[in-house]
Unconditional design. Structure first.
Length: 310
């Protein structure tokens, strides 16, 4: 067995996330109670309101705190990955799992990132939508044809049959209609609050570049695959540079999953909340084993299954 951790991105958050972990495990409780944020993270995760939890300024630190707590519990149980990756903000959790920074730094960084991303498009109506069963070339043509209504770009290459577009609301709406005319099976608006991973996020990239100058990035103790490459770091790449690029560039998750499989990974654990990435893996790599951790019950089942395989 060769194991990878995959960390969920925005859109999989839900009210109640982490409550059972918080009640059961002191190590998880300590992370939630110590999170360096200017709002009541525990209350928002456990009680909502959902509208606030889905605002990127709040979603990002909540998701990364959850991921850090679950990662700590897996490591405590002796479950260690060979490599890691994450969807969008999940990349910060993957880097935390690889020892690049600690949990508090990861939470603080994505809290800053969430605010910078919100400010980048403040007052500008924007959106994202998942496009199902349309190839890349046809969707790119739809985006190009809709560009007279504003910015719209392919933001995520998630798996075969699922791409995501993002940008100005009017342009996303027009591109969505054109995508359906071109043969898309469905177009689904996403529960996120901005045009993430598009050129509209350039101001957030600039803000992150300055922020990263204050952070000590340690060496990775396992390989992390980066969203904007679909692969590990190359010669000349730096972690801060890739994270700056990530916020305003497409996410190549399908490529990331293929690269992991090519490196021998046959077992993927999605650290949630949610189970979205497991679906992407199954559509991308036939025969891969997938596990998702959203609840304490999930955690216990995954630990038992992986220790049994080992």
């Amino acid at each position: 067995m060769k194991l990878a951790f995959l960390y969920a991105g925005q859109g999989s958050q839900h009210v109640g996330m982490g409550r059972d972990f918080y009640e059961a495990y002191p190590v998880f409780r300590e992370i939630f109670d110590s999170a360096p944020v200017d709002f009541d993270l525990k209350k928002l995760c456990f009680e909502g309101p959902e509208e606030q939890l889905s605002d990127t300024r709040y979603t990002q630190p909540c998701m990364v705190a959850f991921a850090a707590g679950v990662t700590a519990l897996l490591l405590q149980a002796g479950i260690r990955p060979s490599m890691a990756a994450g969807l969008s903000l999940g990349e910060y959790s993957a880097l935390q799992a690889a020892g690049v920074f600690d949990a508090m730094t990861a939470i603080s960084l994505v809290a800053f990132r969430g605010k910078a991303m919100a400010e980048a498009v403040s007052g500008r109506p924007c959106g994202m939508a998942a496009v199902l069963n349309l190839d890349r070339e046809k969707l790119q043509a739809a985006c190009t044809a809709a560009s007279d209504a504003g910015v719209v770009e392919i933001a995520n290459y998630n798996c075969p049959g699922q791409l995501v577009i993002a940008g100005d609301a009017a342009a996303v709406e027009k591109a969505s209609e054109l995508a359906k005319e071109a043969g898309a099976r469905r177009v689904v608006p996403l529960k996120v609050s901005g045009p993430f991973h598009t050129s509209l996020m350039a101001p957030a990239g600039d803000a992150l570049r300055e922020k990263f100058k204050t952070i000590n990035f340690r060496a990775m103790n396992i390989p992390v695959l980066f969203n904007c490459k679909g692969d590990v770091m190359g010669d000349g790449d730096t972690i801060p540079g890739l994270l700056e690029r990530q916020v305003q560039s497409s996410v190549y998750l399908e490529d990331t999953i293929h690269t992991m499989a090519d490196q021998g990974v046959d077992t993927f654990v999605e650290i949630g909340p949610g189970k979205t990435l497991c679906g992407f893996v199954r559509k991308t790599v036939k025969g891969a084993k997938t596990y998702a951790i959203d609840t304490v019950e999930d955690l216990n089942a995954v630990i038992a299954a992986l220790k049994g395989e080992a």
